[in-house]
Design a protein around this ligand. Structure first.
Ligand code: PMP
Length: 428
């Protein structure tokens, strides 16, 4: 069933560390051979052995309208003929920045980069340069990319692989990163009191998606906002997952909390390697060349990436019903899974908001990293493989969010729920 994938994985391991270019893809926490994909369309991905999967990763977010979304594909094809990179400014970059500013609240200016990692890394440098302070507060199980400052108590692959501290990140750098449990406002208040005038930024995933999906509890984000205002701290919302996904204006719009700097990735490039950070003019003007805080990129604002992202974002802006429909699809799937797990007699928690969701097999609410880590990940592993065999591709780790795409049809949701029923019977 996975013959070609197995052969390719063996070959890949000879020339690519761990056989993959990003750790979570390696199926380390669920075991088995990663499936090698060949092509995808709409809600489906097809592997090299000809198996079809309903996709609940959607490239970890960007494929919000499904794979190979026709207008994006066409735009890329057209623009590729003009040149794949100029290394000089283009009008398209203005259109992209204007579009983002028009969709997202509280931002005047945007700088494009090439990944979510770069966006968060640059946002932190900006916050440090702007405040003249060094320390940053982040949350356990939140992931902000693989820059040194964020690889402290990080989520996603770092959590999946159980890496407590990352070799290569110097103690001096790690010392400036203070980590506290998600949803724990008193712990943040205590840190702020402990390090007066030293905290440059608080960075948070407004909805956490890198330890499964975990919602901010009422008052948590608002409390962070107030703390930042009181103590002159820059509030960075990492909207790499939530941006343009939870609402056209991201979590800031949906949850009504203001950030000072917002970071984006994934969706913003329509599947091309793109990220961005954005904020109010008085902060953003400190970035070079208008200010001294240096940040640059040969391929930043790349025309193919810009047209892919622009086309996707424009569609989201013009068709707001997409968000209501995404929410309906997600709720329907959640209801079906609740019924399935209930009938199977397993303890479970499903967190969901908009088109992000996740399943943890636990009897207590999943509100932070400790809770997520205590869930029955062995059962998740078996569930993952049972679903994969039945043609449903879930994130290969319980420390990841599921992403619902608009291409998901009624019959796909039913197919998934039936697959879950059969999977629970098979693994019990
Ligand atoms: N921030 C968040 C919230 C993310 O989920 C991710 C990636 N999963 C990143 C930053 C890093 O983005 P990239 O992988 O594009 O570097």
């Amino acid at each position: 069933m996975y013959t070609k994938s197995k052969t390719l994985f063996e070959k890949a391991r000879q020339v690519i560390p761990g056989g993959v270019n990003s750790p979570v893809r390696a199926f380390r926490s669920v075991g088995g051979t990663p499936v090698f994909m060949q092509h995808a369309k709409g809600a489906y991905m097809y592997d090299v052995d000809g198996n079809r999967y309903i996709d609940y990763i959607n490239s970890w977010g960007p494929m919000i309208l499904g794979h190979a979304y026709e207008p994006v594909v066409k735009a890329i094809q057209e623009y590729a003929t003009y040149s794949t990179s100029f290394g000089a400014p283009t009008e398209l970059e203005i259109a992209m920045a204007e579009l983002i500013v028009s969709m997202v609240p509280n931002i005047d200016m945007v700088r494009m980069v090439n990944s979510g990692t770069e966006a968060c890394m640059s946002a932190l440098r900006l916050a440090r340069g702007f405040t003249g302070r060094n320390k940053v507060i982040k949350f356990e199980g939140n992931y902000h990319g693989h820059a040194d400052s964020f690889l402290v108590s990080a989520g996603s692959g770092v959590a999946t692989l159980g890496i407590q501290s990352v070799p290569g990140v110097t103690a001096t750098v790690a010392e400036d990163t203070l980590s506290v449990p998600y949803n724990n406002l008193p712990a943040v208040e205590q840190l702020v009191a402990e390090y007066p005038e030293q905290i440059a930024a608080i960075i948070v995933e407004p909805v956490a998606g890198n330890m499964g999906c975990i919602l901010p509890q009422p008052g948590f984000l608002e409390g962070l906002r107030t703390l930042c205002d009181t103590h002159g701290i820059v509030f960075i919302m990492d909207e790499v997952m939530t941006g343009f996904r939870l609402a056209k204006g991201g979590a800031q719009e949906l949850l009504g909390v203001k950030a000072d700097i917002v970071t984006f990735g994934k969706i913003i490039g329509g599947g091309m390697p793109v990220g961005a950070f954005a904020g109010r003019r008085e902060i953003m003007e400190h970035i070079a060349p208008s200010g001294k805080i240096y940040q640059a990129g040969t391929l930043s604002g790349n025309p193919i990436a810009m047209i892919a992202g622009y086309t996707l974002l424009k569609t989201l802006q013009e068709r707001p019903a997409i968000y209501t429909q995404l929410e309906e699809k997600t709720s329907q799937l959640v209801a079906g899974l609740r019924e399935t797990f209930g009938a199977a007699g397993v303890v479970y928690q499903i967190n969901h908001i908009g088109s992000m969701m996740s399943v943890h097999f636990a009897e207590y609410p999943i509100v932070d990293f400790t809770a997520a880590s205590g869930a029955n990940n062995e059962l998740f592993r078996r569930f993952f493989h049972a679903m994969l065999e039945r043609g449903v591709y879930l994130p290969p780790s319980a420390f990841e969010s599921w992403f619902i795409s608009h291409a998901l049809g009624q019959e796909d949701i039913e197919f998934t729920i039936n697959a879950a029923k059969a999977s629970m019977q098979a693994i019990k």
